[in-house]
Design a protein around this ligand. Structure first.
Ligand code: GLU
Length: 506
């Protein structure tokens, strides 16, 4: 029987989640769910110096917002709990010691000060094959000396001993195919730190093994770490048990020059993080796609096609379609240029595509943020349908439709005054009377009576429509004016015409 597919997203909780991180989750998730597998969220927080309060909650919330929920996680639990590496501290030492016994790792007693001195003495100092024999470690000390130091609890780390003869390490990456490395390219990385915590390199290998991970998707920036990981796999658990790696191509700056960073977003005025993030250490705030007014459907869709394409012209994909069409083979090998204009396009398409019912909670939210009270959901549903074509980001709904819920503060009278005359004034006085008496107040009836009255007054409806719009809306925008009047209802429409006339008369 084939092994059950198990994948993981293994972020370090150090800040807001970059859109590239969410894309890693998405590709992981799609692959896993297509194969009926389990998707795990593992928090890699063994570097306590980089720990940031709130970052883990932020990750959970981002995944929930995007609809990419893990099957096992620190919050959800699962058969391989705990899923937070800081709570698994006791597990790792055993494996580090096992590597020492096998001669694949060694104890190093050099103090941070001693290493600093070395760094000053030797340019580009690396703890590796070329230096380790002159440093303070179990390769240079006698067994008795090592035992004594360990018995006295002398602070020490455990380092991997990269092979003396260069070895070629190769593995088949799901995206790049066969990848080769020379072990001599890597230094003797610390596996277990002086505080007893593992480093990322040891913890990732041990946990991928213990959690029975079958495929590991991660960003291309981790490719240089792969030789150490493969080497550790080889000596701890056997290469045949190693997960298949998939190193995802980078997301590039809009001009294609290098990896897209948070700073690029700040410089060019677009979000790079999934949601708003405030760094608790510096209080620096960064805006996210969610708060900018993106729909999760659009955000996910935009990420899916950043580096993947099913070979057709299709660009809009729902989650169900992605689950059907996504394939790892079609992930591009090269980096994918980010375009904010394209992201906006996706959002506009998704606003048009989603029903008013689906959009309702988001729109209520943006109205609430502006303290605009929407009493009746039924009215808001009609409004959403009337204006959604005109909205790219969710807050655009406020601009495009707040006049439905509160009278415009000012009227753009200047656009009407030059052509305003008594004849038109009288028309609107008549219109008030007619609308007050109307028994039906739907757009069609209102338009019909408006046009009939215009004809009777020998006025062109076109000349009357603009003042009418300005009276109702305040400016030269918005959907079909009779649709607006119908939604406003008789009382409000009449009130606004009266207000408009009184302003025009003065
Ligand atoms: N903890 C690593 C990170 O912060 C995970 C890399 C991996 O997936 O192996 O991205």
């Amino acid at each position: 029987m084939d092994k059950k597919i198990r994948t993981r997203f293994a972020p370090s909780p150090t800040g807001g989640l970059h859109l590239g991180g969410v894309r890693t989750v998405l590709f992981n998730y799609l692959f896993t769910k297509q194969n009926n597998g389990e998707f795990i969220l593992r928090i890699e927080d063994t570097d306590q110096t980089r720990f940031v309060e709130g970052a883990e909650e932020y990750i959970n919330e981002t995944l929930a917002w995007c609809g990419l929920q893990p099957d096992e996680s620190p919050v959800k639990g699962g058969p391989y709990a705990p899923y937070r590496q800081s709570e698994r501290k006791e597990i790792y030492r055993k494996y580090a010691e096992e590597l020492v016994e096998k001669g694949i790792a060694y104890y190093a007693f050099d103090t941070p000060e001693e290493l600093d001195t070395k760094r000053k003495e030797i340019p580009n100092f690396k703890y590796d094959l070329s230096t380790r024999n002159s440093l303070n470690n179990s390769l240079t000390l006698s067994d008795d000396e090592v035992k004594e130091l360990l018995d006295k609890n002398t602070p020490h780390v455990i380092r991997v001993k990269m092979p003396e003869e260069n070895e070629t390490v190769s593995f088949v990456d799901l995206i790049r195919g066969e990848v080769h490395f020379n072990t001599s390219e890597s230094d003797d990385k610390v596996l277990l730190k002086a505080d007893g915590m593992p480093t990322y390199h040891l913890a990732v290998v041990v946990d991928d093994y213990l959690m029975k991970i079958t495929q590991a998707f991660r960003g291309e920036e981790w490719l240089p770490s792969a030789p150490v990981h493969v080497y550790l796999w080889k000596h701890l658990f056997g290469i045949e048990n190693m997960p298949q790696w998939a190193h995802l191509p980078l997301i590039l700056k809009p001009d294609g020059n290098g990896k897209l960073s948070k700073r690029d977003g700040e410089r060019l005025g677009f979000p790079v993080f999934a949601m708003n993030w405030t760094d608790p250490r510096t209080n620096e705030s960064t805006q996210g796609f969610r708060e900018r007014g993106f729909l999760p459907e659009a955000f996910v869709n935009m990420l899916a096609v950043l580096g993947w394409n099913d070979g057709t012209e299709q660009e809009i994909y729902s989650m169900d379609e992605l689950l059907e069409k996504f394939s790892v083979e079609k992930i591009h090998k090269g980096g994918a240029k980010f375009s904010y204009d394209k992201a906006l396009w996706f959002n506009h398409e998704w606003i048009k595509k989603l029903s008013a019912e689906k959009l309702l909670p988001y729109i209520k939210n943006v109205f609430a943020e502006k303290n605009i009270v929407v009493k009746d959901d039924a009215v808001l549903l009609k409004v959403i349908d009337l204006v959604k074509e005109r909205c790219t980001l969710l807050p655009d709904f406020v601009e495009q439709s707040s006049f439905f819920f509160q009278s415009p503060d000012t009227l753009d009278i200047a656009s009407v005054l030059p052509k305003w005359n008594e004849h038109k004034n009288n028309f609107f006085i008549e219109l008030i009377r007619s609308y007050e008496l109307a028994t039906a107040f739907d757009a069609e009836t209102l338009e019909h009576s408006f046009k009939e009255m215009a004809a009777a007054s020998q006025l062109k409806p076109g000349e009357l429509m603009l003042p009418f719009r300005i009276m109702l809306v305040g400016g030269k925008f918005g959907p079909h004016v009779f649709d607006i009047a119908a939604v406003l209802g008789k009382e409000e429409t009449v009130k606004r015409i009266k207000r408009g006339l009184s302003i025009l008369e003065n």
